[in-house]
Design a protein around this ligand. Structure first.
Ligand SMILES: NC(=O)c1ccc[n+]([C@@H]2O[C@H](COP(=O)([O-])OP(=O)(O)OC[C@H]3O[C@@H](n4cnc5c(N)ncnc54)[C@H](O)[C@@H]3O)[C@@H](O)[C@H]2O)c1
Length: 314
């Protein structure tokens, strides 16, 4: 593959929070103009403002629902018309969804697949086509597509069946696309973070739990991540590294590397671990987590049984 990417124009989805915001700031610090896209325009604007205030580069906010293919077409055309072809596109926007497979409805699946998988597919389609076209006139100029998967891509946990399925699909999509996009001098990487301190836990949907139980569990996960997990800046730096060195698959955090190794070299062990997480076991783990955090809300009552949670926990 010829040359290194010069990230002069970078698109980041889900740029209004967590890993997306940190990634936008990372590339802006490197001198890029960053297009910050998010379903939450106010949050994306806040990221762009932070970048402007720190004088660390230029940024622009756009509203984009990554699940909407027509919005992607409009977004791609508008970025190209105003700035040209993006050198790096970071397909980062994603949502969390946990709970037993048998509690997920068809609508739950549609939403998580639309955002976590098809959101990435549309980003690669729209901007991948532009990069392939540019390659015909500027063959030496490299581009890069970053797809944020997760360590969940190689953790077949019963706790997150829909989430892990979408993340494994993003990983394999990235591998297949990498093989094709090499013809166009475009690198493709799948980034697989482990536990990172962001808002995703509080914003996740927990199917099969009451709204109150879902909120408590999401809040607990967020507290644990805030106390023990690295911040999103670590992932942002690894994303910049993956672009620079054209890394195909990059686990981020020691836990993610451990999961990667176990899945590939001790698969039966991973399958056993995947069975952990029955509701009574989770109730016990919640107690342990609260002790680790030094207090907190009361333990759930597993005997109360699940009730469908229609709301997000944020
Ligand atoms: N935090 C972690 O521990 C972790 C671990 C592995 C992978 N990830 C992945 O990292 C990515 C970023 O997550 P995060 O932890 O920064 O979460 P976050 O909740 O802090 O940020 C996600 C951002 O995506 C936006 N978003 C959600 N749905 C969208 C949509 N349909 N269209 C456009 N934007 C949308 C949200 O508004 C939010 O700004 C996700 O794909 C997530 O699955 C996170």
């Amino acid at each position: 593959m010829a040359g290194r990417v010069r990230p002069e124009l970078v698109v980041v989805t889900g740029a209004g929070s967590g890993i997306g915001r940190a990634t936008a700031e990372e590339f802006a610090r490197g001198g890029a103009t960053v297009i910050c896209a998010d379903i939450d325009l106010a949050a994306a604007s806040e990221t762009a403002l932070r970048i402007g205030q720190h004088g660390a580069g230029r940024a622009e906010a756009h509203a984009l629902d990554v699940a909407d293919p027509e919005a992607w077409e409009r977004f791609g055309a508008s970025v190209r018309a105003s700035h040209g072809v993006a050198d790096v596109v970071v397909n980062n926007a994603g949502i969390g969804m946990g709970g037993p497979f048998l509690e997920h409805t068809a609508e739950d699946w549609r939403r998580v697949v639309d955002v976590n998988l098809l959101g990435v597919v549309h980003g690669c389609r729209v901007f991948g086509r532009q990069l392939a076209e540019r390659h015909r006139t500027e063959p030496a100029r490299r581009g890069h597509l970053i797809n944020v998967a997760s360590a969940a891509a190689f953790i077949p946990s019963r706790l997150l069946p829909a989430y892990v399925a979408t993340k494994a699909a993003v990983l394999m999509l990235s591998e297949a696309l990498r093989a094709e996009m090499a013809d166009h001098n475009v690198g493709v990487s799948a980034i697989c973070p482990g536990f990172i301190a962001t808002n995703i836990y509080a914003a996740s949907t927990f199917v099969g739990l009451t709204s109150a139980d879902g909120q408590r569990r999401g809040g607990l996960a967020r507290e644990l991540a805030g106390r023990f997990a690295p911040g999103p800046e670590l992932v942002a730096r690894r994303i910049a590294f993956a672009v620079r060195y054209d890394v195909p698959v990059l686990p981020v955090t020691a836990g993610a590397w451990l999961a990667y190794g176990t899945y590939h070299f001790a698969t039966p062990l991973m399958r056993l671990a995947a069975r952990l997480g029955s509701e009574p076991a989770l109730a016990g783990l919640e107690g342990l987590a609260r002790r680790l955090l030094g207090g907190g809300s009361p333990a759930p009552d597993p005997a109360a049984g699940p009730a469908r949670d229609e709301s997000r926990t944020s």
